[in-house]
Write a protein that binds this ligand. Sequence first.
Ligand code: TPP
Ligand code: MG
Length: 330
Amino acid sequence: MTAVTKLSNHRASKEELLNYYEQMLLLRRFEERAAQLYTQGQIAGFCHLYIGQEAVLTGIKAATKPEDDQITSYRCHAHAIACGVEPEAVMAELTGRETGVSKGKGGSMHMFDPEKHFWGGHGIVGAQISLGTGIAFANKYRGDDTICVAYMGDGALHQGQVYESFNMAKLWDLPVLYIIENNEYAMGTSVQRSAGNVELYKRGESFGIPGKQVDGMDILAVKAAVEEAADYIRSGKGPYLLEMKTYRYRGHSMSDPATYRSKEEVQNMKEHRDPIQQVTNMLVEEHAVKEEDLKAIDSEIKKRIKEVAEHATTSALPNESELYTDIMPE
Ligand SMILES: Cc1ncc(C[n+]2csc(CCOP(=O)(O)OP(=O)(O)O)c2C)c(N)n1
Ligand SMILES: [Mg+2]
């Protein structure tokens, strides 16, 4: 078993932890397979992987309701799956097939499923924050207690439209939870080199939006912080901001050689902070789960992902007539 420097201060039942283990591992194995398909030339265009950041999304989903809305950037495959889109439909979208969740026309950065309350998938850095604020406006207008979770990266946080959105969100006390997935780098620029003030969770303060920094590699810390934030928002007090301190193991996109950080830095994170390993250790040390049983779950997931990849590489390409659909609202 790999030693991790820090185990969560929070506790969870064996069933809960097994559930998180399975969910996070599914996201990781999916992305590893996506990387393979990319290098085999099965996926064209850009492709941004979520490996390393799994605890953020999984913790947020565990602390919110299925009908809450979620909107994110181009690093969106895992978000789609966590919202309930079948992995088959996500992988087939990556390979541009007709069975993809966006009928193969969106690709890696543009997948949506309104029925699952998943609103994308956006390539314009920061744009999803304005759109997410608009979704929260709609929710408030309808008078239900649904909140919108709007994710952005540490780089996106510097975009002007983010602050215009913060202002309106507080002015109208909109039910929106802003999540900064601070994985320490934008495309290749570290937070230290791009942020005048690196305490990103304070960026909403001057608008009256409370914020907290959270260990985003610790799923139980994520879940606890989001439960508190969601209660605050649902009580009608308006927006809330959480900065998740996380880390991406892979390059910004598949074409990034990642020369701006050392191999040791990445290795250190993998060895001492890995979110899945933390849950593994809790299960083994505190709940007496056998490592073989966890490996068996992993084997099942790998089998499923193999089928997912098979489906994504054998499904038909979209018909040419699809070029003319979904362009205007019907
Ligand atoms: C408006 C705009 N500017 C620049 C880009 C190019 N670009 C794509 S991703 C990115 C970095 C964003 O980093 P961050 O918000 O930290 O997200 P991460 O990739 O780390 O998840 C940039 C500058 C873009 N897509 N849109
Ligand atoms: Mg980043």
